[in-house]
Ligand binder design. Structure first.
Ligand code: ADP
Ligand code: MG
Length: 243
């Protein structure tokens, strides 16, 4: 099976500090892979390297057959192939939900306003927010704002969607709405790499789980293997904090 995203020997240093020390991971089509691990282990840096928000120091990243780490890479192409959802939703406060989603379709994909709005409406509908299309971010709950951000990402029809702690900024009662949207995307066959501290979600929804610590992948396996029978001492002690 050809991976949709393949990361090999990824290294990233900031000055003399090596934050990623040779990360290997892959995601196959339709998989939901959760990345767990302590704060500072390099999870965000790894995701940001995948769509070139950070420049890798060394290593190879291939997305949908295109080498992201090639010197001649088309960054615009990479950002269309690899969508990203952040912890802070990063919506434009002066734009409606519809226009937040439509903007990238116009700017990045050159769609006409009417076509962009039609596609944006379909994406909002997919996250259950068609009725909020005319609302501004400040009129929406955090969970609704994050669902708009997800709609913005899926509207571009990426091959893989990266999530960096998508529910960490939300009030607890809003977390489940966002996780349900992600479960629904999984059902529809979206390929997703999700950094999360929602262990129950990772255990129940992930096809595979990757545990990172100290800038490397320490352990990787099926959700049941990693959560129920972790092999590595570092994985065990990390999971014990959530038990
Ligand atoms: P995680 O997402 O797992 O919490 P990060 O990838 O955010 O980890 O950070 C990994 C390490 O890299 C941390 O020690 C952090 O302080 C450091 N780091 C992250 N971004 C930068 C940066 N822009 N400059 C210097 N150090 C950074
Ligand atoms: Mg992080």
């Amino acid at each position: 099976m050809m991976p949709i995203l393949e990361v090999t020997g990824l290294r990233k240093s900031y000055g003399s500090t090596e934050v990623l020390r040779g990360v290997d991971l892959h995601i196959n089509a339709g998989e939901l892979v959760c990345v767990i691990g302590p704060s500072g282990s390099g999870k965000s840096t790894m995701l940001r390297c995948c769509n070139l928000l950070e420049t890798p120091t060394q290593g190879k990243i291939v997305a949908n057959g295109h080498e992201v780490t090639s010197p001649s890479v088309n960054i615009n192409r990479v950002r269309q192939d690899i969508g990203m959802v952040f912890q802070q939703f990063n919506l434009y406060p002066h734009l409606t939900a519809l226009n937040n989603v439509a903007l990238a379709l116009k700017k990045v994909q050159g769609k006409s306003t009417s076509e962009a709005e039609e596609l944006a409406m379909a994406a909002l509908d997919q996250v259950g927010l068609a009725a909020k299309a005319k609302s501004f971010p400040a009129q929406l709950s955090g969970g609704q704002q994050q669902r708009v951000a997800i709609a913005r990402a899926i509207a571009l029809k990426p091959h893989v969607l990266l999530f960096d702690e998508p529910t960490s900024a939300l009030d607890p009662e809003l977390v489940e709405d966002v996780l349900n949207v992600m479960r629904d995307l999984r059902q529809r066959g979206m390929t997703m790499l999700v950094v999360t501290h929602e262990m129950a979600f990772a255990h129940a929804a992930a096809d595979r789980v990757v545990f990172m610590d100290g800038g490397v992948v320490v352990e990787e396996g099926s959700a049941s293997d990693v959560f129920e029978q972790p092999r590595e001492a570092r994985t065990k002690s990390f999971l014990a904090r959530y038990a």
